[in-house]
Unconditional design. Structure first.
Length: 144
């Protein structure tokens, strides 16, 4: 069963992540396009497509779980060595941990994210402020 209707999931919903990933356009003006699937105080979940390298940034209010749905990308977390992740691989890091995606190895790079607790869309802080703002970084689109 798939959730229908615009907006955020209600009491219960089922999401076909691969079908939703197919709704992302081939290009975007922002680094990411984001579909917010759930938005609860305890956690929010999103599906997003990465269109170009994402500079080092962090989130002040939440821990983040990232699972690659399609494509491949290079991720750097806490200044560590770059790691290449692909479908089915999960990456976790805590709030305030600097992370980046310096390379899209194989497109489309689509990632499912769970943020605990909920991440406000404005909670994106670039290490180098010249790299952008939450508004220039990501644009939210409706899942349906």
């Amino acid at each position: 069963m798939e959730s229908k209707g615009a907006g955020i999931a209600k009491e219960t919903s089922t999401f076909d992540l691969h079908a939703l990933a197919g709704r992302f356009p081939d290009s975007a003006e922002t680094m990411l396009l984001d579909m917010r699937l759930t938005d609860e105080a305890a956690a929010s979940s999103r599906l997003f497509r990465i269109y170009r390298p994402v500079p080092a940034h962090f989130h002040k209010t939440c821990d983040e779980y990232l699972q690659v749905i399609s494509g491949r990308g290079t991720f750097v977390v806490a200044g560590g060595e770059p790691i290449e992740l692909g479908p089915g691989q999960l990456l976790f890091f805590r709030r305030n941990v600097v992370h980046s995606i310096p390379k899209v190895v194989e497109a489309p790079l689509v990632v499912f994210s769970v943020d605990t607790p909920r991440r406000d869309p404005a909670d994106v802080h670039f290490v180098n402020p010249a790299d952008g703002t939450a508004t220039s970084f990501i644009r939210t689109i409706e899942p349906y």
